[in-house]
Design a protein around this ligand. Structure first.
Ligand code: LAN
Length: 729
């Protein structure tokens, strides 16, 4: 039935084809809202031709001429920019796919199924292709992210997704995946989030889900573990989950759901002890085992609270409270939501609460599309609704580091980028800021775009630096006036923790002990904000750059902030001289930032023992070919681990940037790294994708495809400026 409309099992299943015609896909950039469209009509194809960026994203041939081979690093930067410029999107930013995690697409497809959202055949077809292309070569299963070993979470989530888009259970790849799932213990051995989704779908019973009581949101704010103190991502996901958990809401039963009950479990479905399997979990999934205290609390909730003490009135009150929080989140983001996890859950909540024809459901359905992306392997879901502001800021800084900001050749590109950042500055705080526990954001920038609107300490900083750099360069207009720059500074100054370090979305609202309540099992460091060398450095460098140009504005606050932040950077250094990175892999990434922080206050290799130890650590990890290589295992295990595929251009660039920031005195190791980066540059100026470079919550990896273009050029440009006479190759 895979090739036609004659679906036998379930009439609602989308039609599945072998593949779609890749020349028909287009990515629409609507002021940096990204949506993918499949043009079935030949006329439409003519009216809307495929762009260079579309072809690049889709892995189609680019037919670019060979550029003259670069002998000097600066020529390599120019060649790189030649390529990179073509990827700038109409609204002035750089976009890209942002995949890696293997639980995001399933969340979207399960939400579509639960809310009876039709899936067009071309989406279904490319979802199937993506997941088939991403099976683990050893066992045909899936892991938490694309490089991970198979787990119950990855395998069950993606298996269900394939079934929901219409793949038959007898397909050989499904048979193999199912065998892997059963070998791992079957779906009863999955983590909390799997059990949650299976219960929403009606494949499992709610009793197997550890409690997610919305009543926690009725606690007064002073309670030390009150959920407003949790990290924004876990908090938003918890809000939506708790609503559905409290209602024990289940999607309509369909043939495929009935069939999945037979496919996913080792035991006969009718005989499964649902409550008894709440804590069953495969060792492959149990990255962060639940604490004894949490297990005890869950037992009390299940055996005493829920059956005897939880009144309907109280449940209703709590549901209303989280419902209100969901409305505020939806209103603040125009239903785009913080990320695809709470985005897809909020779609289900609105469907359950407001009905299938409501505006909230309609708008959620539209906006979920902004998370989807098509690449050479098929269609998948990005970690956010894009990387717009973040990557655009780095693009500008890269050109600055190479000393090319004033070169008229790059002015049009830079001007477009500046205009983009101007359009994306967040001009107001959210309404009801304190009611929905949001952080001040006025004057800030988000990681993706203004629609999403969550300011992040380092995203504000990198964007602000880029704006200042350009606006202070002769020939560029002042689009963002002083008042708006001061707004950004005022917001940045709210981000410091008592320790001196900075976190991501908000200053930390509780301590690490809150991980005791981490029920997710598959992630670490997820319950609260931590201090990060990456974010701290971004803020410090932004404040320092601002201070140079506006020496009078909040000068004392800035001085104190910088001093305390750099002190924190020193305390975060490990005895071996390294820093642990939380958002890039791993010690190389954090080392680059920390060394920059130190150099900002004049501490370099020759003047500071901290900087020297940081450099010595990096140098000790340089490989014989001149490069650096780090695997995601570093993040998981917190021990420097090399990637089996050898040196990576992105990590090589990070290490070199750190060493150059620290004024590492011997140019030789740096030259060797630069040589490796230059040798890997393609004749058209680009670099190719290597191993995954980004991370969150210690265990889940995520791509940053523009890093291989931006950080390579940044390292080359810095080298060219520092050693202008070197030819290297
Ligand atoms: C991101 C992406 C950007 C990233 C940086 C700006 C690079 C970082 O310096 C600060 C943290 C931030 C903003 C960040 C936080 C966590 C995100 C949003 C992600 C890694 C992208 C996807 C991830 C999100 C948590 C995925 C959904 C998963 C859950 C566990 C809810």
């Amino acid at each position: 039935y895979q090739n036609g409309n004659d679906v036998v099992h379930d009439t609602k299943r989308p039609r599945l084809e072998e593949r779609t015609d890749y020349t028909r896909w287009r990515m629409r950039d609507d002021e940096s809202r990204h949506t993918w469209h499949y043009l079935e009509d030949d006329e439409a194809m003519k009216e809307w031709p495929q762009t260079f960026a579309d072809k690049y994203y889709l892995g189609l041939p680019l037919d670019l001429p060979k550029l003259p081979r670069a002998k000097r690093p600066l020529d390599a930067v120019r060649n790189g920019l030649e390529f990179f410029e073509k990827l700038q999107l109409p609204s002035g930013h750089w976009g890209c796919e942002y995949g890696g995690p293997m639980f995001l697409l399933p969340s979207v497809v399960m939400a579509w199924h639960a809310t009876k959202t039709p899936i067009p055949w071309y989406y279904a077809t490319e979802i199937k292709n993506y997941l088939f292309n991403r099976t683990h070569p050893d066992d045909g299963g899936w892991g938490l992210h694309i490089e991970a070993d198979s787990s119950v979470f990855g395998t069950a989530m993606n298996y269900v997704t394939l079934r929901l888009v219409g793949v038959d259970a007898d397909h050989p790849k499904m048979v193999r995946a199912r065998a892997t799932l059963h070998k791992l213990g079957g779906a009863t051995h999955g983590p909390h989030w799997l059990k949650f989704w299976l219960s929403v779908l009606g494949v499992a019973k709610w009793d197997i889900v550890n409690p997610i009581p919305p009543e926690l949101w009725l606690l007064p704010d002073w309670v030390p573990f009150a959920p407003w103190r949790w990290w924004i991502h876990i908090r938003q996901v918890f809000i939506a989950m708790s609503f559905l958990w409290s209602k024990r809401w289940v999607a309509e039963e369909t043939d495929v759901i009935r069939s999945l009950r037979k496919e996913l479990f080792v035991e006969p479905w009718e005989e499964i002890d649902w409550v008894g399997n709440r804590n069953t979990i495969a060792k492959e999934d149990n990255y962060h085992p639940k604490s004894g205290l949490l297990n005890l609390l869950n037992t009390l909730l299940v055996n005493i609270w829920n059956p005897y003490l939880r009144t309907n009135a109280l449940a209703k009150l709590a549901e209303n409270r989280v419902s209100e929080l969901i409305d505020m989140e939806d209103a603040n983001t125009d239903y785009a939501d913080l990320a695809p996890v709470n985005g897809s859950m909020n779609l289900v909540v609105c469907y359950a609460r407001d009905g299938p024809d409501s505006y909230s459901v309609k708008r959620h359905r539209e906006r979920v599309h902004e998370y989807l992306w098509v690449n050479k392997d098929g269609l998948h879901c990005n970690g956010t609704n894009g990387v717009q502001c973040w990557d655009t800021a780095f693009a500008i800084q890269t050109i600055m580091d190479a000393g090319l900001t004033e070169d008229p050749r790059y002015r049009p590109m830079l001007l477009k980028a500046l205009k983009y950042l101007d359009s994306q500055q967040i001009r107001e705080n959210v309404e009801n800021q304190s009611k929905c526990y949001r952080q001040q954001r006025k004057g800030g920038w988000a990681f993706s775009n203004k629609d999403q609107g969550y300011a992040v300490s380092d995203c504000v900083s990198e964007a602000l630096k880029s704006v200042i750099i350009l606006q202070k360069t002769p020939g560029f207009p002042t689009l963002i006036d002083d008042r708006r720059i001061f707004d950004a500074i005022d917001t940045l100054l709210t981000y410091q923790n008592p320790s001196g370090g900075c976190s991501s979305y908000e200053p930390a609202r509780a301590g690490e002990w809150m991980e005791i309540l981490n029920t997710a099992e598959v992630f670490g460091r997820i319950m609260v904000e931590y201090e990060y060398p990456e974010c701290t450095t971004a803020v410090v460098t932004a404040l320092s750059l601002f201070h140079k140009h506006w020496p009078d504005y909040r000068a004392k606050d800035i001085d104190l902030f910088v001093e305390r932040a750099v002190k924190w950077i020193k305390t975060a250094q490990r005895p071996d001289g390294s820093w642990y990175g939380s958002w890039g892999i791993c010690f190389t990434y954090a080392g680059m930032f920390a060394l920059e922080s130190l150099s900002g206050v004049g501490e370099t290799y020759e003047t500071s023992s901290s900087s020297k130890r940081g450099c010595d650590f990096l140098i000790s990890k340089q490989r014989p070919d001149g490069g650096w290589s780090e695997s995601y295992k570093s993040c998981e295990q917190m021990v420097y681990t090399e990637h089996p595929t050898g040196s990576q251009v992105v990590m090589t660039a990070w290490a070199l940037i750190g060493l150059m920031k620290a004024n590492y005195p011997d140019p030789e190791p740096i030259r060797r790294g630069i040589k490796l980066i230059m040798e890997r540059q393609q004749p058209n100026g680009e670099w190719l994708q290597e191993a995954i470079e980004g991370v969150f919550n210690k265990s889940c990896m995520i791509w940053y495809p523009n890093y291989k273009l931006v950080f390579t050029m940044k390292a080359l440009g810095m080298f060219a400026k520092k050693y202008p006479k070197e030819t290297v190759v």
